[in-house]
Design a protein around this ligand. Structure first.
Ligand code: ARG
Length: 393
């Protein structure tokens, strides 16, 4: 029998897919990636495994990929300050190539000829998974049941699940489509499709609204070593705990919400809201530290790289030669990105209010307007003459 490895989430779509693939004559192996998605109440990986088996899977792989997600995907994106269209910190987009990598790995281990996923034909995620899979092993067949199957609605899928005794909680209403991992949450569909309407509070999962959050500010100091966050308020944290902690604290102060209309790769504009407290805090701090330690030309050039980097991540080109080359550049820039940034979190805002670094290029004796001034103002005159010279007629 032909074998297929399916990226399985435990939800209705992928549970129906297990059965659907079996009907098509495949032996189905499920792969569940733990990227810190924070399972919903009453849910756990054991229950997900059971559901996969009940739906007809012959085997289930559950892999905790959080450490790798952080070290190989999140940290490089943070070092690059990668932001898509000025707002999206790419949590979903960064997870996809990692899932693809393990789909391929497990397919090899199981000698499967195909891999499958539950993405729709209208989104970015199908592109990211399939482009990555194609790069990692072009011989694997890729099946995207949602693009071709007969179900037209959630109700029809539920009917199918009931018919084949696929144990799914059909009572759960799903007002939104949600993708979550430890770097952030992406929320779309439902009332969010009305662009004129403010997202309802119930759409947000981990952040308080700015009106509900505390009236007092919270100060926080983040310490980086070569671009990697290592301490909060002087205390060393394991990176995963550091991110979880900042999600918690940031969420309390309403930090990290984004409401945007974005350009999807497949040509559609879509409205999406995001929650990424830790990512927002760490980006703010990281950029502030770079402002202190990078020289002007490097800093300005790096901004161009950030844009390109974010595009590559969004476009599913993680395993491309250009992305790898940009990582080389970005790594070099982090040599002196060590130091501490003090931030103030308050009512949905996160701003840097203090900074220090042993590699700071800030020289008070040059910038001061006080009496300790060492800047030779006479030099400015000649400098300006030469600087402006080419533009005179
Ligand atoms: N728009 C985001 C992206 O393309 C998130 C996509 C997944 N979102 C979701 N709500 N299921 O990366």
């Amino acid at each position: 029998m032909k074998k297929v490895v399916l990226a399985y989430s435990g939800g209705l779509d992928t549970s129906c897919i297990v059965r659907w693939l079996k009907e098509k004559g495949y032996e189905v192996i499920c792969f569940v990636a733990d990227l810190g998605q924070g399972l919903s109440q009453g849910e756990n990986f054991e229950a997900i495994e059971k559901r996969a088996l009940a739906a007809g899977a012959s085997k289930v792989y559950i892999r905790d990929l959080q450490e790798e997600f952080i070290s190989d995907f999140i940290i490089p994106a943070l070092k690059a300050n990668a932001v898509y269209e000025g707002k999206y910190l790419l949590a979903t987009a960064l997870g996809r190539p990692l899932i693809a990598k393990y789909l391929v790995q497990i397919a090899h281990k199981e000698k499967a000829s195909a891999v499958a996923h539950g993405c729709t034909g209208k989104g970015n995620d199908q592109v990211r998974l399939e482009v990555a899979i194609g790069i990692l092993d072009p011989r694997l067949e890729i099946i995207a049941p949602v693009r071709e199957w007969e179900f037209k609605s959630r109700e029809e899928e539920i009917e199918y699940a009931l018919k084949y005794n696929i144990p799914i909680d059909v009572t759960k209403k799903k007002p939104y489509s949600i993708d979550r991992n430890l770097w952030g949450i992406s929320i779309e569909a439902g009332v969010l499709e009305n662009l004129e309407q403010e997202p309802p509070e119930d759409a947000y999962m981990i952040t308080k609204s700015s009106t509900q959050s505390a009236s007092y500010p919270r100060y926080l100091e983040v310490t980086f070593t070569r671009g990697v966050p290592v301490k909060i308020d002087g205390k060393v944290f394991k990176i995963k705990n550091l991110i979880n902690h900042l999600n918690e604290v940031g969420g309390q102060f309403g930090v990290g919400r984004t409401d945007m209309v974005e350009n999807r790769l497949v040509g559609i504009k879509s409205r999406e809201i995001y929650e990424a407290p830790a990512a927002t805090i760490l980006y703010t701090a990281h950029k502030e530290l770079e402002a202190l330690v990078l020289d002007r030309e490097l800093a300005h050039f790096k901004e161009i790289i950030s844009l390109k980097y974010a595009e590559l991540v969004y476009y599913g080109l993680w395993f491309s030669a250009l992305k790898e080359a940009l990582d080389g550049f970005v790594s070099k820039t982090q040599k002196f990105v060590s130091g501490s940034i003090k931030l103030r979190l308050s009512k949905g805002t996160c701003v840097a209010v203090g900074r220090k670094s042993a590699h700071s290029l800030y020289k008070k004796e040059l910038s001061t307007y006080g009496k300790e001034d060492k800047f030779d103002q006479k030099l400015a005159e000649g400098f300006i003459k030469l600087w402006g010279m080419p533009y005179k007629r």
